[in-house]
Design a protein around this ligand. Structure first.
Ligand SMILES: [Zn+2]
Length: 299
């Protein structure tokens, strides 16, 4: 099967009474599954998180803005984290991607069981300058979509319908999501119409398997004057670099680095998001300390 390009559509309904973000992130979910060598359940969690973060990122204003979404639910898969920007670049990680659970009685992957619901969804928005804004809500189910819907309701006072889906077989069959938000002044008629159609979106991964985004828009929002305003290409990509890892090492402190030189004559660090390995020899670590202390002297 030809892989569809990952992308997001931003649209309005009824002349702006509601806004909609709809994305197909199938290819990104497959890449995340491969990078993290994830179980089926964790692949579903990663896939949903990628879609949720893509949608939230698309809502940011300027290029340097970033959102970091972290779900810490106390489940066996550990924390799940994604970073996204308005440019459609997303990265994602989960602490224990190998964790697999039995299917739920309804035959679905037990994402909520793997993530847990004893904790919070934390959203950090950073703007390239100044203090980041941090918002938190208690988890509803750890199933991710409901948790994001609660965040939009509690933290932004915006009634929102959020549906996320990942269909996992040998490969990722489909992944993506939708967020529908009623704007202030939204008519009762539109709210009722969306309420009636919300059931359609509970089968998000089937819709994405069978239809293009445009077909979903014209099929699911028939009669509601859908107007596509923008298409944003999405990609799973990590921005880590050797320089970044050097800064992380330095932030651990000189003592810690000297200890790594003494006990293992170097170190190996892997990026949580792309699993790339960065190796440093003892000499390279020594040089790092020297450079850092030279810079300190200049200050
Ligand atoms: Zn990386």
């Amino acid at each position: 099967m030809e892989q569809k390009k990952s992308r997001l559509l931003r649209l309005t309904l009824m002349g702006g009474q509601a806004r909609v973000f709809l994305c197909d992130t199938t290819l990104m979910a497959q890449q995340a599954r491969d990078i993290h060598n994830a179980s089926n359940t964790c692949s579903a969690a990663l896939g949903r998180m990628i879609a949720a973060a893509s949608i939230m990122g698309a809502n940011l204003k300027s290029d340097g803005d970033r959102i970091t979404a972290t779900i810490n639910g106390g489940g066996p898969a550990g924390p799940l984290c994604a970073v996204a920007g308005p440019d459609g670049r997303v990265k994602v990680t989960i602490e224990h991607p190998e964790v697999e659970l039995a299917l739920k009685p309804n035959g679905k992957l037990d994402v909520g069981g793997a993530i847990g619901k004893d904790g919070q969804l934390t959203i950090m928005r950073s703007f390239g300058f100044g203090e980041p804004y941090v918002g938190r809500v208690g988890l509803v189910s750890g199933e991710i979509a409901e948790d994001f819907a609660m965040y939009y309701l509690e933290s932004e006072q915006t009634p929102s319908l959020c549906a996320l889906g990942t269909m996992v077989a040998e490969e990722i069959v489909s992944a993506g999501g939708i967020l529908i938000q009623a704007m202030p002044g939204c008519s009762e008629e539109l709210l009722d119409a969306l309420e009636l159609r919300s059931e359609l979106f509970s089968a998000m991964s089937q819709l994405l398997r069978d239809m293009t985004l445009e077909e979903i828009v014209s099929g699911c929002f028939r009669g509601l004057e859908p107007e596509i305003l923008e298409e944003i290409p999405l990609q799973l990509v990590c921005d880590c670099s050797r320089e970044y890892i050097e800064r992380v090492l330095l932030s651990m402190g000189e003592e810690e680095i000297r200890d790594m030189i003494r006990t293992q004559n170097g170190c190996e660090v892997s990026c949580h998001f792309c699993r790339r390995h960065y190796a440093f020899t003892g000499d390279e670590l020594s040089a790092l300390i020297d450079e850092a202390s030279a810079e300190d002297d200049e200050e």
